[in-house]
Design a protein around this ligand. Structure first.
Ligand code: SF4
Length: 117
């Protein structure tokens, strides 16, 4: 399997080509520095993303509240997480960083409020 990855660690945005299998990297080309090797390896073997979205609230004048995952979530779980978040309605008051959904989809990651309500 061959995958082209754009490194997002710095603004240069090197195009890195990674070859390997699901559990092993065999070759990496196109990086400019060691940080790119680490980024491309992680992205190839187990890509993760910070999830940012909104949840419904019980307030008519503020119907949505911004939320995010406290730490990155496995990329393949993002859609499952969104399905859960879509069903949530929070009730004021909510403090910044308050846990809205603990351990979402068994990832060990909490969804927290980005702002106050
Ligand atoms: S490989 Fe290094 S130089 Fe290239 S984008 Fe990544 S961090 Fe920047």
């Amino acid at each position: 399997m061959k995958k082209e990855i754009i490194c997002t660690v710095c603004p240069i945005g090197c195009r890195i080509t990674v070859e390997g299998d699901a559990g092993e990297v065999r070759s990496i080309e196109g990086y400019t520095c060691k940080r790119g090797i680490q980024y491309a390896t992680d992205e190839f073997l187990h890509p993760v993303r910070i999830l940012t979205t909104t949840v419904k609230t019980n307030l008519k004048d503020t119907p949505l509240l911004a939320v995010r995952s406290r730490t990155p979530v496995p990329k393949e779980k993002l859609m499952d997480c969104m399905e859960v978040i879509r069903t949530v309605t929070v009730e004021a008051p909510v403090e910044r960083y308050q846990v809205i959904v603990p351990d979402i989809c068994g990832t060990g990651v909490d969804i927290v409020a980005s702002g106050k309500l």
